[in-house]
Structures are given as C-alpha cells and as structure tokens.
Design a protein around this ligand. Structure first.
Ligand code: ZN
Length: 306
C-alpha cells in the first residue's frame, strides 16, 4: 500500500469523525454512528430490499453471536484464524473472583481468568442459516434474507475496514445450478443497486486474505475458480485499489456438506450468497456525493427515500 493511500484513508476517516458521522472509540475500526449515518444505511437498505423484492426470500434475523459448535463446523478457523472473535466469560467461584478483581485492580492481566463461552462473534451474516437447514430442502430449495452486524478482528485506520459492520445478504441454498444462477443474477443486481446510488462499480474476482501457508493455496483456488466476485468502488481515485462494497459468492458444497443439507433429489446442496456491506456503501456515498446528505443528487436521495 502506498503512503499516499494510507494517508488518504486516514484523512477521510478524520473528515467523517469531524463531521460527527462516525464517533471515535479507543479502538481502531470500532465506531459509533450518527443519526444521519443510520438514515443513510436505512436508505441503502431500501434500495437493496427493492432489488430483492421478487425473490420471495424468507426473512430471518439473528443476533451477531454464533454458537461455537456451528463456528467449528465451518472452516473459518482454518482460513481466517486472525479475524476470529471468541466470547469469553467468568465461571469461577468466590475465591477465583477475588483473584480476578485483584489482578484487575493491580493492572495485571485478568483476562487469563476467563474461559471460552459457548458463543463466538459472527464473521458473516449467512453462517447462521446453514445449521437451520440440516436435512432435506423443500422442492426448489430456499432463498433467505439475513441482515446482521458481523465482526472481524482487523484493526485499521482505514474507515472502510471496520471491525464491526453490517451485512445484508440474500442466500440461496439448492442445486448447483440454483446457486450459480443466484450468484450471477446478483452480480447484475448489485451493479444496478450501486448504479441507482450513483456509485460507479466494477466486478472483480476476489482475492481473500486467507491465513498462512495453506492459505496461499486456498487463495489460489478461489481465484482460479472465480468463486467470489466483488463489486468494487474507487474511493481514492482510479489509480488506487478500490473498495469491495458488495460480494457475490458461490460456496459450492462448502456449507451443504458439513451441515448435511440435501436437495429434494437427495443430492448435497450447494449455496451462494450476495452480501451488501452497508457501512462500506455508506462510506462510498459520502466519498462520492460529499458529507452533506442534503446536497446529494436528487435522484439518489429519492431512491433511498431520504
Ligand atoms: Zn454469505
């Protein structure tokens, strides 16, 4: 990454903080949102929901924590151990509690006194749905609409790399053809959504930062099979790398196998999802149309219901 890009990102973050759109915390990548920022996210969501209105998707909402047993059935720990968020808690007795407090009071490390709870923070909204589909799908498979805060531990000054952010997804679970068709259709619809918002975007084959030596092979396979396509918007000029604001993924049987999901024909189900990165789209809007929402193009405001 160039020094120019890094400083451009920091300057944009400072503008967002100074305008009060984001609220600083003591941790990089963790922000409060203003009312205006939330209005923008809701406006984006209206455009997304309109694009998916004909899907007949089953709407499901989950809290942003996932049973640890579900997390263990995905390969997230193999692919992105460094992004994991595990929830720990205290289960000791009075004596243990006294030790915990004394460590805390003396400024020593008290966290080693905690133990893992039965939940982890959710890294992607769609991970909640697969365990609910174990068994045989109805004829025609399933389309689900999920929307959740997600967590990925990657502290950064770049405002587009938040640790906690929202993802609105349409998830297809069915035959290989169903999954592929969903992915292809949503690349086009994702571009339409961004076009409606006045954001020029291009589809690119994704290059996920899989962890470690084994990760290089995973990254290679992902690129070769073009399993994940990202819709990229440039926030800092055409010469700098763009920001992925929507991703359209074909998982093949990546979830169907571990979660034992079968199609009505008895085959292992394939899945695909499109995820709209709500904060990233909001940031792209502020970057392209300015920090004053009232001055945004009238057609964009009208499509968003603002
Ligand atoms: Zn997903």
């Amino acid at each position: 990454m160039t020094v120019t890009l890094e400083s451009a990102r920091e300057a944009f973050r400072d503008q967002l903080l100074d305008a009060g759109l984001l609220v600083r915390t003591q941790v990089d990548g963790l922000y409060g949102r203003s009312g205006v920022f939330e209005d923008v996210v809701d406006g984006i969501d209206r455009v997304v929901v309109a694009a998916g209105a004909d899907q007949g998707a089953r709407r499901l909402r989950f809290p942003p924590v996932l049973p640890r047993t579900v997390f263990e059935r995905t390969d997230y720990l193999a692919s992105f151990p460094n992004l994991t968020g595990s929830v720990h808690t205290f289960v000791g007795n009075d004596k243990d509690h006294a030790r915990l407090l004394s460590l805390h009071e003396t400024g020593a490390d008290w966290t080693a006194e905690l133990v893992p709870s039965e939940v982890v923070l959710i890294p992607a909204a769609c991970h909640q749905v697969y365990p609910t589909l174990t068994g045989t799908l109805p004829e025609g498979g399933e389309i689900l609409d999920v929307y959740s805060y997600c967590f990925r531990h990657e502290p950064a000054a770049d405002p587009a790399r938040m640790q906690a952010f929202r993802m609105h997804e349409y998830v297809r679970v069915g035959t290989p053809d169903d999954a592929l068709a969903h992915r292809e259709m949503w690349i086009a619809r994702g571009l339409d959504v961004l076009g409606t918002l006045g954001l020029p975007a291009t589809p690119e084959v994704a290059n996920d930062p899989f962890f470690g030596r084994a990760g290089r092979l995973l990254a290679h396979n992902q690129r070769d099979a073009a399993l994940k396509i990202e819709l990229v918007v440039h926030l800092y000029g055409e010469d700098e790398p763009g920001t992925a604001v929507v991703s359209a993924n074909c998982h093949q049987d990546h979830f169907g196998t571990p979660f034992e999901i079968r199609t009505a024909d008895g085959e292992t189900a394939h899945s695909a999802c499109v995820g709209f990165g709500m904060e990233r789209i909001a940031l792209a809007l502020f970057r392209h149309h300015g920090l004053d929402v009232d001055a945004w193009p009238a057609d964009v405001r009208s499509a968003m219901g603002l």
